[in-house]
Design a protein around this ligand. Structure first.
Ligand code: ITT
Length: 198
């Protein structure tokens, strides 16, 4: 089965490819097939945005496509940045600016609990789409730690391991992350429907 990783985020591409490896699925990237697409993400939920992205990329590529819409939901910020995580600090957002804004908004707030949410959508060229979700609970620390991963990883601490996601190897993050849980859900649905061998 040939599957397009329907994302422009290199961090996601690395993780999706690694998590889906060994299943007899050949993951191709937009770069590899010379495809660019700007999909409007104006859904209110991760699931809606993931489905819109998966359908659009699948149609454009003529291939089944897996899209990921994900983000960080912080309790003390009423769930923000949520679906706006990528552009939290504005149109010129970078991971560094997003983290700086997050730490500024949390200054003096005792509740540092947060979760990463990932909706994974798999769309076929027919427009059929399935969506699953995964959640990773953690806390936001006061200073970035570690250099692995991407996005908010340096400030997201796994309380059980007492390490940030940026202090974990890719294998460690991919064994427990919100993305891993969402993609495992997709795999299970594919096996159940007979589209993938278990
Ligand atoms: P695509 O839409 O092309 O997939 P994007 O980065 O714009 O790329 P999203 O709209 O889903 O994707 O935004 C997700 C953002 O949430 C991402 O840019 C990070 O800031 C954050 N994020 C999601 N998963 C993360 C993870 O595993 N580690 C750190 N930050 C993450």
């Amino acid at each position: 089965m040939k599957l397009l990783a329907a994302t422009t985020n290199q961090g996601k591409i690395r993780e999706i490819s690694e998590i889906l490896s060994g299943l007899g699925i050949s993951v191709v990237t937009p770069q590899e097939i010379n495809l660019t697409l700007d999909v409007k993400e104006d859904g209110a939920t991760f699931a809606e945005n993931a489905a819109v992205k998966a359908r659009a990329w699948s149609r454009a590529a003529g291939l089944p496509a897996v899209a990921d819409d994900s983000g960080l939901c912080v309790d003390a910020l009423e769930g923000r940045p949520g679906v706006l995580s990528a552009r939290f600090s504005g149109p010129d957002a970078t991971d560094g600016k997003n983290i700086a804004l997050l730490l500024k908004l949390l200054k003096g707030k005792p509740d540092r609990s947060a979760r990463f949410v990932c909706a994974a959508a798999l769309a076929w060229e027919t427009g059929e789409v399935i969506v699953t979700e995964g959640v990773y609970e953690g806390v936001i620390i006061h200073e970035p730690r570690g250099s692995e991963g991407f996005g908010y990883d340096p400030v997201f601490l796994d309380p059980e391991l007492n390490r940030t996601l940026a202090e974990m190897s890719p294998e460690e993050k991919n064994a427990r992350s919100h993305r891993k849980k969402a993609l495992d859900g997709l795999k299970a649905l594919l096996v159940k429907s007979g589209r993938l061998d278990s």
